[in-house]
Design a binder for this molecule. Structure first.
Ligand code: 9WN
Length: 450
């Protein structure tokens, strides 16, 4: 698809440069988040990046997801990173993880499950394309359907320790929001007594003020080594992990992902003839549809248990201490994206968000800007992340908070226009931080703004 001839010159330029970012980060079937700092394929980055590809190369979008599934484990888990090619610019790499998955090697932990949702959006877009594109979309979605369902099942089997639909993460990296203030207290219980020597590499690429601290990194690595010691066996990890937290982001996104997988399932069932599915294949889809309905109910109950009355928003839950974590972060607003809250709670969330936006120049800050620990440049402790903005705006629209959704969209556009395609942004100044030429930022720009 060529960049439209009816677009303004300026606008055409932005689209071309966003596409260039993806092309530049393309490593032949998969996309790195940015060159140097993150030279492999990341789980949730790949899913969002596929949205960007889908705006002009639907086949390339599906390829991104198929490549991600090359990293799927026998137990169903999709790891946080797939190391398709060796690269020594990132730590911890495959030599440190030493996970049992070798071809290709991967980490031994996961990331927020957005792949089903992104697959849904890509398929949805293809419905408006020509017949061929749609049929190929359906075929791709069918190939991915059961592997994605196995991934979702893995969460309930390996991480729903109390069997209440509230899945936990065992490592801050699994939240995708590595140094969120939500983890501070829980991380204090992680011992670093037997931590071997190791060398960080992130500080070779990015300013130390914008990254997690050394104390946090020591705890991140202690957790990795404790999982490595039990060969990443999920049952044993549940025993040894000194960090077990139900994350609002992961739980909201899993709920939304189940809903989106159910949407895909319905499409596959309705097009089973065009897909030439056998009777058994059709029956398997129908039974998956019933299972997904149960998972949606289960995760809805799990989300309910994350409502924090004291904060007037959703928050994370420390499973080891058995208590809600009283830390207000932007992941609470992702409940709207999951279409979970009732009208009363949705209104409370929208009012809270509007108040946060009044405190900053550009939204959405990842952490309450009025908190004394708010840090506008340190990663997930204040900065704005465009993929999160997109999900929040999507949720706001679903609840008909159109003005607020538009405000988030306007801020997001302005950030890219003024700073460029950065990993994240300072909400006070709009300055771009972290890596530049960042895949998920450009992908969201392509998917969201036209
Ligand atoms: C660890 C790739 C990833 C994102 C995460 C972000 C950051 C990695 C790191 O980069 O995490 O997975 O080394 O800091 O926090 O959300 O997926 O872009």
């Amino acid at each position: 698809v060529a960049v439209g001839q009816y677009m303004s010159k300026q606008y055409r330029k932005t689209i071309v440069s966003a596409r260039d970012v993806l092309r530049k980060n393309d490593r032949g079937g998969y996309t790195v988040p940015t060159d140097g700092l993150y030279p492999f394929q990341w789980n949730w980055d790949a899913s969002f990046t596929a949205l960007g590809w889908s705006t002009w190369k639907p086949e390339r979008a599906w390829a991104e997801l198929h490549m991600l599934f090359k990293g799927q484990w026998d137990d169903g888990m999709i790891p946080s990173i797939v190391f398709h090619q060796y690269d020594d610019r990132y730590f911890p790499g495959p030599d440190t993880w030493q996970s049992p998955k070798v071809d290709p090697p991967t980490t031994g932990i996961t990331q927020p499950p957005v792949v089903a949702s992104c697959a849904r959006y890509i398929l949805q877009v293809s419905q408006h394309g020509d017949e061929d594109v749609h049929l190929r979309g359906l075929r791709n979605a069918y190939t991915l359907f059961h592997p994605i369902l196995r991934y979702h099942r893995w969460f309930y089997k390996a991480r729903d320790h109390k069997k209440m639909g509230r899945v936990s993460i065992h490592h801050p990296w699994e939240s995708g929001m590595d140094n969120s203030p939500s983890w501070d207290e829980a991380l204090e219980h992680v011992s670093t007594d037997n931590l071997p020597n190791y060398q960080r590499k992130d500080l070779m690429h990015v300013d130390a003020d914008e990254r997690p601290t050394q104390t946090q990194y020591d705890r991140f690595m202690s957790l990795v080594f404790s999982f490595r010691d039990v060969n990443y066996d999920y049952a044993q990890c549940a025993q040894v992990s000194q960090f077990q937290v139900a994350d609002t982001c992961v739980n909201a996104l899993l709920l939304k992902a189940n809903k989106d997988l159910a949407w895909i399932c319905a499409k596959l069932i309705s097009h089973h003839k065009r897909l030439s599915l056998s009777l058994e294949e059709l029956e398997a889809l129908k039974s998956a549809q019933r299972e997904l309905r149960e998972l949606i109910d289960l995760s809805s109950r799990g989300m309910d248990s994350l409502w924090n009355d004291e904060l007037g928003m959703y928050s994370c839950y420390d499973e080891r201490m058995d208590k809600l974590i009283n830390v207000p972060t932007s992941s609470a607003f992702l409940a709207l994206y999951a279409r979970h809250p009732d009208r009363v709670r949705a209104r409370q969330l929208a009012d809270k968000l509007a108040h946060w936006l009044d405190q900053v120049k550009y939204g959405v800050p990842s952490y309450d800007p009025e908190s004394p620990m708010f840090d506008s440049v340190r990663y997930w402790r204040g900065p704005v992340w465009l993929v999160v903005n997109w999900m929040i705006a999507e949720g706001l629209e679903a609840y008909e908070f159109f003005e607020l959704a538009e405000r988030v969209r306007r801020d997001s556009r302005a950030l890219i226009k003024e700073a460029g395609s950065y990993e994240y942004f300072d909400p006070m100044t709009g300055e771009g931080c972290g890596g530049n030429c960042f895949s998920w930022t450009s992908a969201i720009q392509l998917f969201w703004f036209p």
